[in-house]
Design a protein around this ligand. Structure first.
Ligand code: DCP
Ligand code: MG
Ligand code: MN
Length: 370
């Protein structure tokens, strides 16, 4: 299955999609959720077209494309550029915002704060800001973390973790989620869902994860810890970095040492790029909801949650709940304020069953790009 990028490549509207994607990325960076979503929906519509869309009128007739977006599509086709995007990219602060939010763990708020203090480059930050260890790692490995990981390497990394996990506890299951599960040709990071039959809470899996992390650190496979949350909060997450050992082959040859000499000379293991890795601990009883959440994509998740709330239900990464107090008109903010909002669990375990209860037709992971 092709990833979003690959789908666009052979598409008659590939160039338009590329420019709109850059615009969507810009709006995402400045936290304009509404425009980001509008652009992403339009992009998805364009990806489904077999013919090249060249005029405002053609574009406007398609689903999810409004008048203003239709005008922009015609502008791209006729001028091969988009003025609004060029303005955005020309702003020095816009560029720094893009740069800073590319650092692991740095959101728009932090980035804007640094910009307001006059910082513009990664060197500015290194020299003038007291950075956390995590931020330092994010800057030190900036280019690597912003590189895509080829599917074959995600597979090799996943297999290695699955082997290590089986040695610690053969009943533990490790599933590669995220964009990989959606069939992407490359991923931004590796997302792993960890579960075990009979588990009822994330706490049941914490001792296992601690052992796994220790073991993989000894093996020099895990090279840094970035963040983790303890059970009882929002599921148990562990974020870190890993490096594929040189002894591990990747079957399409897309991962090579990049030191410019010929081949595996064993000079320095660290030349292989650091990769971002996320673990999510999931009790078996919540596996269906967690699979939906950790498969994404984020827009798909948002639309599933919205649909649930319209039907007086609530969907999160732990389950689908019914009889939610206050009904569909309540805001997420109001619900979050009272710590979850109650409601009784309708389904957590089974992914398909959650679709069924919500009344949505089942979608395979590779059909969940939006
Ligand atoms: N997720 C979400 N909302 C967010 C972030 C994440 O619903 N704001 C869910 C959906 C994602 C999954 O978590 O698919 C994993 O998050 P990633 O950031 O790793 O995103 P992907 O794996 O989808 O893409 P990438 O290839 O960039 O890692
Ligand atoms: Mg991912
Ligand atoms: Mn991730």
């Amino acid at each position: 299955q092709a990833g979003a990028k690959d789908l666009a490549a052979g598409n008659p509207n590939a160039r338009t999609i590329e420019v709109l994607q850059n615009m969507a990325n810009y709006y995402d960076r400045v936290n304009d959720h509404w425009r980001t979503t509008a652009y992403r929906k339009a992009i998805n519509t364009l990806k489904r077209q077999d013919a090249r869309i060249t005029t405002e009128e053609e574009a406007f007739r398609l689903p999810m494309i409004g008048r203003r977006l239709a005008q922009k599509i015609e502008e791209i086709v006729t001028t091969d550029r988009l003025q609004r995007l060029e303005y955005a990219e020309a702003e020095p602060t816009g560029q720094s915002l893009q740069l800073f939010t590319g650092i692991y763990g740095v959101g728009t708020g932090q980035a804007q704060h640094w910009i307001a203090q006059g910082f513009r480059t990664l060197d500015d930050l290194k020299q003038k800001v007291k950075l956390s260890t995590t931020q330092l790692i994010g800057i030190e490995h900036y280019d690597e973390f912003n590189q895509r990981i080829p599917r074959a390497e995600v597979e090799a990394l996943g297999a290695l973790i699955q082997k290590a996990a089986a040695r610690i506890d053969p009943r533990v299951q490790v599933i590669i989620g995220g964009s990989y599960r959606r069939g992407a040709e490359s991923s931004g990071d590796i997302d792993l869902i960890v579960t075990k039959p009979g588990t009822e809470s994330t706490g049941d899996l914490v001792p296992f994860l601690d052992k796994l992390v220790q073991r993989l650190e000894q093996d020099k496979f895990l090279v840094a810890r970035l963040a983790s949350s303890r059970p009882g909060h929002d599921g148990s997450k562990w974020h870190g970095c890993c490096v594929l050992p040189r002894t591990e082959g990747v079957n399409d040859g897309s991962v090579q040492d990049d030191d410019g000499d010929d081949g595996d000379d064993g000079d320095n293991d660290d030349r292989r790029p650091w990769r971002r890795i996320d673990f999510l601990l999931v009790p078996e009883s919540e596996m269906g909801a967690a699979l939906i959440y950790f498969t994404g994509n984020d827009i798909f998740n948002r639309s599933m949650r919205l649909l649930a709330s319209k039907k007086g239900m609530r969907l999160n990464q732990r389950g689908l709940y019914g009889g939610v107090m206050g009904g569909p008109a309540r805001t997420n903010r109001a619900r979050a304020a009272e710590g979850g909002g109650g409601g009784q669990l309708l389904e957590g375990r089974n992914e398909r069953r959650i679709f069924e209860i919500l009344g949505v037709q089942w979608r395979e992971p590779h059909e969940r790009w939006c």
